[in-house]
Design a protein around this ligand. Structure first.
Ligand code: SF4
Length: 188
């Protein structure tokens, strides 16, 4: 299965859109770590998968660059209005379920190594175990944020052929899986 076929599989699993971006096309922006440190999203220091606990940005960028391609996918939730908090939560839960389904499916692909990333950090638990200073509850499912890897999702989206924002009264969630061929794999 090649990268385009994997993107089609992600669509078939329930993403609203999916596309392929080569990692060499991605502009990593170290200034994102400053935004994290300013706690612009409110998650700084509150999740094991967000800065500062997720790791130094230089190491994360280096790790991401070891991969060849990114399958970028999005879900678009419809809201009653811009105050529809329940609709946002439901859309977020749908994205979580999709990501776990994609993870299970892609981990059965032979010949590839994967790294899953989510926009805005790990959403697996309603409140991260970090709040209680306890270890991560689901280390096999935890997702680091694209932002922690200094990837600007608003620039990644058009590279993958999709919009960052999808109109009034919608909420868009992004996920990405980085892929590289396993050592010794022989693929088309
Ligand atoms: S899986 Fe839960 S405990 Fe682990 S990083 Fe994600 S939100 Fe935190």
């Amino acid at each position: 299965m090649n990268y385009q076929e994997i993107a089609k599989k992600v669509l078939a699993l329930g993403a609203d859109r999916a596309g392929v971006v080569y990692v060499s096309e991605i502009e990593f922006e170290p200034s994102f770590r400053t935004l994290c440190e300013q706690n612009s999203c409110g998650m700084y220091g509150k999740s094991w998968m967000c800065p500062p606990y997720v790791g130094e940005y230089q190491d994360l960028i280096q790790k991401a660059r070891e991969y060849e391609a990114a399958i970028v996918y999005q879900t678009i939730g419809r809201l009653e209005d811009s105050y529809d908090f329940e609709g946002m939560m439901q859309a977020g839960e749908k994205m979580n379920r999709l990501t776990q389904t994609i993870r299970l499916e892609l981990n059965t692909l032979s010949g590839y190594e994967t790294l899953f990333l989510g926009a805005g950090g790990c959403r697996v638990c309603t409140i991260c175990a970090k709040a209680e200073e306890k270890p991560c509850r689901y280390p096999d499912q935890a997702l680091a944020s694209l932002e922690a890897y200094c990837i600007n999702v608003s620039k990644l989206a058009p590279l993958a052929g999709m919009k960052y924002i999808n109109g009034q009264d919608t909420v868009t969630y992004f996920g990405t899986v980085l892929l590289k061929r396993s050592v010794g794999a022989c693929l088309k």
